[in-house]
Design a protein around this ligand. Structure first.
Ligand SMILES: Nc1nc2c(ncn2[C@@H]2O[C@H](COP(=O)(O)O)[C@@H](O)[C@H]2O)c(=O)[nH]1
Ligand SMILES: [Mg+2]
Length: 298
């Protein structure tokens, strides 16, 4: 069996952690044999397409960016509510000692209360455009090049986010990475004619239900029906299940970006992701894996 991992030098870097090299080797071989015509890529957005931190300063999530829109910023009640929610629920989301099954109900609570908090706010797409330009969240180094390569290679890309879909889409557009091959599934806002938010367009997508329920019967699902290999990239444990809704996928390579609680969280990340990137704010490893698949000749 050819040793694929050794043929991708970057996988030997110190911050690249792999629990089961044989499994990864098989996965890389099968995906490479399938080639690009059988491949699809699913990205989480917050702290996956965007960086987790910039010189140690944590990056804003799409909901945090949303809350900086003037009509949100000046709404004391809204600010107090979302600040309190984030203080209560974010530590739970990231706590490596709380089992995922115990987090699900709490994340549902967070997203339902978030939806309640934003209902009644009044804003326009211009507000969203401006706050994204002001906050200008940094994409991971190499992300723009990676998205351009995937577009040229006609590989379908899904950006699957439990964040605020209107913010996510606007950032992708402003960053010039919203290519024709890219689809977004996220919590898009529903508006009254007068610009008042009535809630999310669909059932809330939180970090632990980004799977089949949200992906079935979408444009993306129909687009990738004959693509049975996937690469899934995320920063939260729940992101590893993003391709769960595509049961036709035979090989799902999961790449996890770990930055918080590294020591405590690493064992769980190694059990969940095939490749764990410790404090890596680039797309270097995913691009090297993709290049290997693209150039593979059996
Ligand atoms: N500052 C806030 N962050 C929030 C809120 N609700 C969720 N979140 C964060 O968003 C990401 C999900 O986005 P994804 O693109 O990574 O799926 C999640 O990790 C939460 O921490 C909120 O109300 N305020
Ligand atoms: Mg994320």
């Amino acid at each position: 069996m050819p040793d694929i991992i050794d043929q991708i030098p970057i996988l030997s870097k110190r911050n690249v952690q792999i629990k089961n090299k044989d499994k990864l080797n098989d996965m890389l071989l099968n995906i490479s044999k399938g080639g690009l015509k059988k491949l699809q890529i699913v990205f989480d957005f917050d702290k996956t397409i965007t960086k987790q931190h910039e010189d140690g300063v944590p990056h804003l999530s799409s909901f945090a960016i949303f809350s900086k829109i003037p009509s949100c910023l000046n709404n004391e009640k809204y600010q107090e509510t979302v600040r309190g929610l984030r203080l209560k629920y974010y530590p739970i989301e990231m706590d490596p000692h709380i089992p995922v099954k115990d987090k699900i109900e709490l994340m549902e609570e967070w997203w339902n209360l978030s939806e309640k908090a934003i209902s009644g706010l009044k804003l326009t797409q211009k507000d969203i455009d401006e706050v994204c330009l002001d906050c200008k969240p940094a994409l991971r180094e190499g992300c723009k090049e990676f998205f351009s390569t995937l577009n040229k290679a006609k590989v379908p890309v899904l950006v699957f986010s439990a964040g605020c879909g209107d913010i996510v889409l606007t950032i992708l557009q402003q960053s010039n990475v919203f290519w024709p091959n890219v689809k977004v599934i996220s919590n898009f806002l529903n508006f009254h004619d007068d610009g008042t938010i009535t809630g999310f367009k669909d059932k809330p997508i939180h970090v632990f239900n980004k799977n089949e329920y949200a992906i079935k019967n979408t444009d993306f699902y129909n687009l990738v029906e004959d693509r049975n290999n996937a690469i899934v990239l995320g920063d939260s444990l729940g992101d590893a299940s993003m391709a769960q809704g595509m049961e036709h996928c035979q090989n799902v390579l999961k790449i996890g970006f770990l930055y918080e609680h590294i020591e405590d969280a690493l064992p769980q990340y190694l059990d969940t992701f095939d490749i764990v990137l410790v404090d890596d704010q680039t797309m270097d490893v995913p691009r090297a894996v993709f290049d290997f698949i693209r150039n593979y000749h059996c």
